[in-house]
Design a protein around this ligand. Structure first.
Ligand code: NAD
Length: 502
């Protein structure tokens, strides 16, 4: 199907963008290379998207360097106004963005409409408002001196975005960086570039000066690696796997880039014996099965108190088995396909691993048969592991795959919960107030949800500890990440110290 036919079939009001966005213009890659991006529902080709090479990265960095002096000195309120305008444009184009995100990633359309697009607009709006409210300090130093701090942008920032929430993660990275006065060279994941390119188009319409923001679809091993190495880039912000995060740290060492990493997770979701059971069942299903489990904060380890484990599973398993899988563009679909066939195969191998380790598959564990067999689908899968040390209870599966473990005491729950290398999202369900705060305190995690799971907000810091990475997105913390502090000392009326006086 031609691109125009596909746009008409989807009812899009604006064209699908498939070129690089450099210096305010859409352009082919210098090499002329392209890569097909696929619809994970049936693996049909959506578009052939330009693939950035090293020379395109150089061109984007040069454009960003030209734009930086004026952009970083522009009134902060004016930078904020452009981000606020972008938020309005995202809402105007909400349906196009939702359909495009669904087509490229497999997110059910109702989630793209209800979550991805509104959260993207909210993020730009939050940081649009933040731009002129983030400020330095005056410090009470010794008499005679005025000491104050300036929060200055870092410079040219490289940002590398994964494929699980391409639209939302584009906004999480772009918005604070631009609010703080940085210029950006961003690379979306090779398999999901379309909504990030749409944001580039809307950004230009919102009045962003040429060169401030550059979007380069391309391969991680080429464009991504080069962005991480590039001597003209002062900071790199990355979301993706822990293995790639490690590679980025190594690549960025040449010019000692500031590095921010949001990596994998194996979120413990603890259900105590006094939990509000129905809410815990529903919230836990949301925690793992939303976005087909492709979330770094997914509640992928379900820790059940032994007294309520059976009662919990009696409700949870039928719920998991009843989730409606289907074409994500169908408005009744609750779970779509995974984002690629390669990833589907990887997730399915964990069902084999579970059996080999002596675990029991309680639901799913396979690809659906019938009309969905040709797509990247995996059934909602629940596995009872033998030990929290099993691979299925330690490694990030990143799919609709939850491992069930039981515990007898709060101490044992914490030992299991904290017994991985990761520390990103975590949850607990209890009606005991002091237990809630005590366990929240003792969890080795960047985020804890009590009687809830997987809440995010542009004002609330998001990030991990341990092998889940470092640095925080969202809120004031994100503005700290995208600025560096300068301390200015002014001698107001202090005597010059006597050293070396003649
Ligand atoms: P990945 O880490 O390889 O890819 C994420 C991004 O990094 C993509 O844009 C990719 O092009 C880029 N990249 C890859 N190699 C690079 C390099 N050498 N230098 C710079 N950039 C590079 O992740 P993946 O292979 O697509 O997925 C594998 C696993 O990663 C998943 O199964 C999951 O466990 C994890 N993952 C986590 C998140 C998250 O939100 N934390 C997101 C995506 C994937």
């Amino acid at each position: 199907m031609s691109l125009a036919d596909l746009e008409a079939k989807l009812g899009l009001t604006t064209p699908i963008r498939h070129q690089l966005f450099i210096d305010g213009r859409f352009t082919d890659a210098i090499s002329g290379e392209t890569l097909a991006t696929l619809n994970p529902h049936d693996n049909s080709v959506i578009a052939h998207v330009a693939v950035a090479g090293r020379e395109d990265v150089d061109a984007a960095v040069a454009a960003a360097e030209r734009a930086f002096p004026a952009w970083s000195r522009m009134a902060a309120a004016e930078r904020g106004r452009i981000l606020l305008k972008l938020a309005d444009l995202i809402e105007e184009h909400a349906e196009d963005l939702a359909r495009l995100e669904t087509l490229d990633t497999g997110h059910p359309l109702r989630d793209s409409r209800r979550l991805d697009v509104p959260r993207t607009a909210a993020c730009f709006r939050y940081f649009g408002g933040m731009a002129d409210k983030f400020q330095g300090e005056t410090i009470p130093v010794e008499p005679g001196f005025l000491n104050y701090t300036l929060r200055e942008p870092v410079g040219i920032v490289g940002q590398i975005v994964p494929w699980n929430f391409p639209l939302m993660f584009t906004s999480w990275k772009m918005a604070p960086a631009l609010a703080a006065g940085n210029c950006i060279v961003m690379k979306p994941a090779e398999i999901t570039p379309l909504t990030s390119l749409k944001i580039a188009e809307l950004m230009a319409q919102a009045g962003l000066p040429d060169g401030v923001f550059n979007m380069l679809p391309g391969l991680g091993s080429v464009a991504g690696q080069y962005i991480a190495e590039h001597p003209g880039i002062a900071k790199i912000a990355f979301t993706g796997s822990t293995a790639t995060g490690r590679r980025i740290v190594q690549a960025s060492s040449g010019n000692l880039k500031k590095v921010q990493l949001e990596l994998g997770g194996k979120g413990p979701n603890i259900v105590f014996e006094d939990a509000p059971l129905q809410a815990a069942v529903n919230g836990s299903a949301w925690g793992i099965f939303h976005n087909q489990g492709q979330a770094c904060i997914a509640g992928s380890r379900l820790l059940l108190h032994e007294k309520i484990a059976d009662a919990f599973l009696d409700q949870f398993l039928p719920l998991a088995r009843s989730i409606r899988l289907g074409n994500p563009l169908d408005e009744t679909t609750e779970m779509g396909p995974l984002t690629s066939m390669q990833h589907r195969e990887r997730v399915l191998t964990y069902a084999d691993t579970a059996t080999q380790e002596g675990g029991e598959i309680l639901a799913g564990g396979k690809a659906p048969a019938g009309v969905l067999a040709g797509g990247c689908y995996v059934e909602p899968t629940v596995v009872r592991a033998k030990s929290f040390r099993d691979r299925v209870a330690q490694e990030e599966v990143f799919g609709p795959f939850v491992t069930v473990l039981t515990f007898a005491t709060d101490e044992e729950a914490l030992q299991i919960a904290n017994g991985t290398d990761y520390g990103l999202g975590s949850g607990l369900w209890t009606q005991n107030l002091s237990r809630a705060h005590r366990v929240a305190r003792d969890l080795h995690a960047g985020m804890v949800w009590v009687n809830s799971y997987k809440r995010v907000n542009p004002g609330s810091p998001f990030g991990g500890v341990g092998k889940s990475g470092y640095g925080r997105e969202m809120g004031f913390d994100a503005m700290h990440e995208y600025t560096q502090v300068k301390s200015v000392w002014v001698n107001v009326d202090a005597e010059i110290p006597p050293h070396f006086q003649r």
